[in-house]
Design a protein around this ligand. Structure first.
Ligand code: SF4
Ligand code: SF4
Length: 238
C-alpha cells in the first residue's frame, strides 16, 4: 500500500480525472438521504482508496474522532456491524466527492439482483465464519452474519442491470491494473473496504487480526492501536 501511494502521487491528477470520468457515467438520481446504505464500510479499489486518502489529507478531514471510528470499525469486524465511519452525525458523507463506485451505484440496483447478491455474500460469510471457528475457535455472532441493508426503494433514478454495473467496475479495476503493472508492483488483488485500505497503510493487519481472533483485544490494546494509527496518519505527507 505504501508503494502504491508513492506511485499514485506521481500521477495523481490523471488518476483522479479518470476516476471522475467513470463516476460521471452513473446518472445522478433523487436520494432521500436516509443514510441506510451507509450502514457499513463499502468496498473500494486501490486507486479509489488512494484517491480517498489524498482527498482526506488535503482537505483536513481526518480528526482524532474519525480515526478512532475507523479503527473501531476495523477492530469490530466479525464482532458487530458499525456504520461507515465517513457518515457524519447529519447523515452526510464526509468524502462525498470521492466516494467509491459502490456507493454511487447503490440506489441503481435491480431488486432481484440485489437480493441474489445478498444470498451470495451470506454464503461467503458463512464459509469464512466456519474457517475462523476451525482455525481460531472464534465464533462470529449470528446477527453479524445475517446483517442486511434492505433494498432501497426510496431512491428515484435509473436502474442499472448487472452488465452495466460490471462494465463500470471493470473500468475501475483497469485503473488498478495500470497502477500496479505499470509500476512493477507485485501485489495480489484483494477485495477490501475503504477502512481496510486506510489501515492497511497505517498498521500491520496480520498482527491485529491475531490479537482480535485470540481475544487479546482489551481496552488498553485498542487505545494503543488507535494512537499508532493517529500518529502514522499525522506523519503522512502528500
Ligand atoms: S440511496 Fe437509498 S438507502 Fe441510500 S441514502 Fe439514498 S435513499 Fe437512503
Ligand atoms: S463512503 Fe460515504 S456514501 Fe459511501 S458508505 Fe460511507 S458515508 Fe456512505
Amino acid at each position: 500500500m505504501k508503494e502504491l501511494l508513492e506511485v499514485f502521487k506521481k500521477d495523481e491528477k490523471n488518476y483522479y480525472e479518470r476516476l471522475k470520468s467513470i463516476y460521471e457515467k452513473v446518472e445522478s438520481g433523487d436520494c432521500a438521504g436516509c443514510g441506510l446504505c451507509c450502514s457499513e464500510s463499502v468496498g473500494a479499489t486501490y486507486t479509489e482508496s488512494l484517491n480517498i486518502i489524498s482527498f482526506i489529507k488535503k482537505n483536513n478531514i481526518m480528526t482524532r474522532k474519525l480515526m478512532d471510528s475507523i479503527v473501531d470499525y476495523y477492530l469490530d469486524v466479525y464482532i458487530k456491524r458499525n456504520k461507515c465511519p465517513f457518515l457524519d452525525e447529519d447523515k452526510k458523507c464526509l468524502i462525498y466527492d470521492v466516494r467509491p463506485l459502490n456507493c454511487r451505484l447503490y440506489g441503481h440496483w435491480v431488486e432481484k439482483e440485489y437480493e441474489a447478491n445478498y444470498e451470495r455474500l451470506l454464503k461467503e460469510n458463512i464459509e469464512i465464519s466456519k474457517e475462523l471457528e476451525k482455525s481460531y475457535d472464534f465464533k462470529v455472532p449470528n446477527d453479524y452474519l445475517t446483517f442486511k441493508i434492505p433494498y432501497c426503494k426510496d431512491f428515484k433514478g435509473k436502474i442499472m442491470k448487472k452488465p452495466q454495473r460490471d462494465a463500470l467496475y471493470d473500468l475501475t479495476l483497469k485503473e488498478d491494473n495500470t497502477l500496479i503493472l505499470k509500476n512493477d508492483i507485485n501485489i495480489e488483488y484483494e477485495d477490501m473496504g475503504i477502512v481496510e485500505h486506510i489501515l492497511g497503510y497505517l498498521l500491520n493487519k496480520d498482527i491485529i487480526l491475531n490479537l482480535k481472533l485470540k481475544g487479546k483485544l482489551n481496552k488498553k490494546m485498542r487505545n494503543r492501536i488507535k494512537n499508532i494509527a493517529w500518529l502514522r496518519w499525522s506523519a503522512l505527507r502528500l
